[in-house]
Write a new protein. Structure first.
Ligand SMILES: [Zn+2]
Ligand SMILES: [Zn+2]
Length: 243
């Protein structure tokens, strides 16, 4: 069984009042960390010490700016003892630690737990806190920003997440063997720059295995998914279970 809980499903502009995209798998594995991370983990009543690994797709603000608030919580309110793992693009440790200190100077001080960083290295299996995962280079803002998709087996189910990306062949490597593919579908009509849209979704749905459920996020509106099998447009605070 795998359970995905969406903390948000919107694009960077919070279109239509949707919150920024992020989801939590099995209450332990977080995929992206938008500014609303802490309030939304609390709203979902997630025990904050259950967060084991945070996978960061890239360093756009809607995907990582919530992390300092989690560190703040662990300094002042919620006692944490277990290591917290953060997976992200190369340079993730310096980037996140420095950003957190700019938000709150004391937030990276000794607080009884360790933060351990893992840099995405596409091409082979990697391990984080005893789970295997694979990172895939995505194609979001070519030449200026490294972006990654992640495929993570969790028990008997496997989740794959594109982060932000335009259509690229790596999406099909990422989706290979996944039970669920969480997909950037920013454009609810047609297509556009730096992200995918419904036109890309229609091509991807044909090429990805029919049994792989595709969940759409990073939405700028309500996508028209009529005629598409096994596709879900995620909703803020929606929880989806896969038996
Ligand atoms: Zn984004
Ligand atoms: Zn982005």
């Amino acid at each position: 069984m795998m359970e995905l809980a969406f903390l948000g499903t919107g694009n960077a502009f919070a279109a239509g009042g949707r919150y920024w995209s992020s989801f939590l798998a099995n209450g332990r594995y977080l995929f992206d960390a938008p500014p609303t991370l802490l309030p939304h983990l609390k709203r979902l009543e997630t025990p904050l010490t259950n967060i084991e690994v945070i996978f960061l797709s890239h360093f756009h603000g809607d995907h990582f700016m919530g992390i300092p608030f989690l560190f703040l919580e662990y300094v002042y309110l919620t006692e944490r003892r277990d290591d917290l793992f953060i997976v992200g693009p190369p340079g993730v440790e310096a980037k996140i630690e420095e950003f957190a200190r700019q938000c709150y100077p004391n937030v990276t001080r000794e607080a009884g737990y360790r933060r351990r960083y893992v840099e995405a290295q596409p091409g082979a299996d990697q391990y984080v806190n005893e789970i295997a995962f694979r990172a895939f280079p995505m194609n979001h803002v070519p030449d200026s920003l490294e972006c990654f998709g992640y495929r993570v087996p969790l028990g008997d189910k496997t989740v794959a997440y594109t982060g932000d990306t335009m259509f690229c062949d790596e999406i099909f490597e990422l989706a290979d063997g996944a039970d669920v593919l969480v997909l950037d579908c920013t454009y609810s009509e047609g297509e556009g720059p730096e992200h995918m849209g419904v036109d890309d979704l229609r091509v991807i749905r044909k090429r990805v295995a029919a049994e792989t459920t595709i969940i759409l996020t990073h939405l700028n509106g309500e996508p028209d998914i009529t005629g598409l099998e096994n596709v879900i447009a995620a909703r803020d605070f929606g929880t989806y279970r896969f038996e």
